[in-house]
Design a protein around this ligand. Structure first.
Ligand SMILES: [Zn+2]
Length: 224
């Protein structure tokens, strides 16, 4: 009898909590940035909320799913690492339809596939801000600067591509963090080497920045 009562109270509590969470998520309103500066400020503000455990988890409900179903119009693009510790939407406290995310191990853009995705975000989606987001303890860069690797096949190709951008750091494990930051800057330079992209930045139509995610604190810092 007591067990039955306990279970029904528990059930009711869970149901109420679920309903409250659902309602909370629905009531969240978040601004839609209209300029590149505002777009960058939105990312910075979202990361502040995340790292201070004040996330509001916007744009995560079915209303947003329906709203974005006909077409996407993300205000930002992020080229990040596939690393499971760097979940882009979470660490910028954004939701569905907000950020066009390109993630590969080591966030290197030196391939047609990756650069094609970057260009799609810029040319077709018209994102107002693009971040290349390196992060602490990156396994891709760690592998690329380590000597005597035994990788082969596609992983060797991946590490070789990253290595060519951080060749000065090969064999210098103690400089890993510097290598990660340098690698991030090189990717931004590579994106800006495309004249039509550089033109957009020059005209003030978009902002492209290198950034670094600290896996200890959750903070994203702009590198330039
Ligand atoms: Zn990584």
């Amino acid at each position: 009898m007591m067990r039955k009562l306990f279970l029904s109270v528990l059930g009711l509590t869970l149901m109420m909590t679920f309903t409250m969470c659902k309602n909370e998520s629905k009531s969240v309103s978040i601004s839609v940035p209209s300029t590149p500066k505002e777009a960058l400020a939105e990312l910075v503000a979202g990361n502040e909320r995340y790292m201070n455990e004040m996330s509001i988890y916007p744009h995560g409900d079915m209303e947003r799913v329906e709203e974005t179903a006909p077409h996407q119009a993300p205000f930002a693009a992020v080229v990040g690492c596939s690393d499971s510790r760097v979940p882009v939407e979470l660490l910028f406290d954004r939701g569905i339809g907000d950020i066009f995310v390109i993630r590969t191990a080591g966030n290197n853009v030196n391939s047609e596939m990756v650069m094609g995705s970057v260009d799609y975000a810029i040319e077709h989606l018209g994102v107002k801000v693009l971040l290349v987001l390196g992060h602490g303890s990156c396994g891709g860069v760690t592998g690329a600067i380590s000597e005597g690797g035994h990788e082969h096949g596609p992983i060797a190709h991946l590490l070789g591509t990253i290595r060519s951008d951080v060749s000065d750091y090969v064999g210098k494990a103690e400089s890993l963090d510097e290598a990660i930051r340098h690698h991030t800057l090189v990717q931004v330079e590579r994106i800006l080497a495309h004249p039509h992209v550089a033109e957009k930045v020059k005209k003030g139509e978009m902002i492209i920045k290198p950034a670094y995610y600290d896996v200890h604190t959750g903070k994203v810092s702009l590198l330039q």
